[in-house]
Ligand binder design. Structure first.
Ligand code: MG
Length: 374
């Protein structure tokens, strides 16, 4: 399919930090995607919790399955908008690669431990991973991704970072005014995905009753549509059908709204779309409905007592381990001992901990502190 004029065309890529010859049959963004897919950090997403932990069963999303769902929805949006699907996929696969164990609880604990040295954010950590920590190629450190993929991730890092903190790595591209449409598509897909799957997981885990969704406008509309189409379905069939509707409704609205903006603006190039800061988002109505659903999830799911307890314990473990590794760098693998001399023992300890899966982190805690996992 022909890319739209406002798509990021591979031939216009600004290239890589360490120049490489073109590949005979893979474009630059396909290569980025493959490099991310083959990285150790990507594989470890399988052992990292999204919202819910392994103790709560094996139905719910992990950081890896979340990433795959984001990539799938982002590609659907990208194809319909005739954007660069290879770049979209690379951006989606890398977007959560910097997550430490134990989700946002883990991130908050590391951020607190590094408060005096720039803090910790999973979005910035993704750049550290792909530019420094992954050592897979003899010719260069990191994955040597294209400028565009790095810039997309930098966008996320800058948005989350506090204004006074410096760019995470010197080689990261400066954030430009406005961003490529491909970057915005992944942002939109991330939000669509977690709103839908966190609702699904919360009901499956029994944290929320499906009937409670009647009070949330977006979910109520989905329930109504399911009943119109399938009659009086119940239980798991109802839950799954509602989640399909939640995704479909959001994707359709974002597409309709974004296409109408693109028709009005008619940007003639990716740069023109960037300069005009053409948004990729839903209608005002959907944005309002999503805010209501997210508020519900925050109160009823993310702050559920079962999760708060899991988080509190995980944070204690991470804090204790960070102090231990910073004091005893010899307990870390050689790579992180050497890194401690360059970036300081606390930062290197955080880099090591952030790369761990939930289970490996628990095992190491037991090894060093003994007894049962706190
Ligand atoms: Mg995400």
């Amino acid at each position: 399919m022909l890319l739209a004029p406002y798509a990021m065309h591979s031939a216009d890529s600004r290239g890589r930090r360490y120049p490489e010859p073109a590949h005979p049959y893979r474009g630059p963004f396909q290569r980025d995607r493959d490099r991310i897919l083959h990285s150790a950090a990507y594989r470890r997403l399988n052992g990292k919790m999204q919202v819910f932990t392994g103790d709560m069963g094996d139905y719910h999303r992990t950081r890896l399955t979340h990433t795959q769902e984001v990539a799938s929805i982002a590609r659907t949006l990208g194809r319909a908008l005739r954007l660069n699907e290879d770049l979209i996929e690379a951006l989606a696969l890398v977007h959560d690669i910097g997550h430490p164990p134990f989700g946002h609880a883990g991130e908050d604990a590391l951020d607190e431990c590094l408060a005096d040295e720039g803090g910790f954010s999973h979005n910035r950590q993704a750049l550290v991973i792909v530019e420094e920590l992954e050592l897979r190629y003899p010719e260069f450190p990191g994955l040597n991704l294209t400028w565009e993929t790095l810039e997309g991730q930098q966008t996320r890092a800058s948005k989350g970072a506090d204004a006074s903190s410096e760019s995470p790595t010197a080689s990261s591209p400066d954030s430009a005014p406005g961003h490529l449409l491909e970057v915005k598509v992944v942002e939109a897909a991330d939000s669509i995905t977690y709103d839908a799957h966190d609702t699904d997981d919360a009901i499956e885990l029994g944290l929320v009753e499906i009937g409670e969704l009647e009070a949330i406008a977006l979910a109520r509309e989905c329930l109504q549509r399911v009943r119109e189409r399938f009659g009086d379905v119940q239980g798991e069939v109802l839950r799954r059908a509602v989640v399909h509707e939640l995704i479909d409704r959001q994707v359709s609205d974002v597409l309709t709204h974004t296409m109408s903006v693109l028709v009005q603006n008619a940007p003639h190039s990716a740069e023109a779309a960037r300069r005009a800061d053409v948004p990729v988002c839903g209608s005002a109505g959907l944005i309002e409905q999503k805010a209501e659903l997210e508020d519900f999830l925050k109160k009823r799911v993310y702050r559920h007592p079962r999760l708060i307890e899991v988080r509190r314990k995980a944070q204690q473990r991470l804090r204790a381990m960070l102090e231990l590794y910073a004091e005893r760098t010899d307990l870390m693998p050689e790579k992180f001992q050497a890194r401690a001399a360059r970036v300081g023992p606390r930062r290197s300890a955080a880099d090591y901990l952030a790369g761990m899966t939930d289970r490996y982190c628990d095992e190491q805690y037991q090894r060093h502190f003994g007894g049962k996992v706190c």
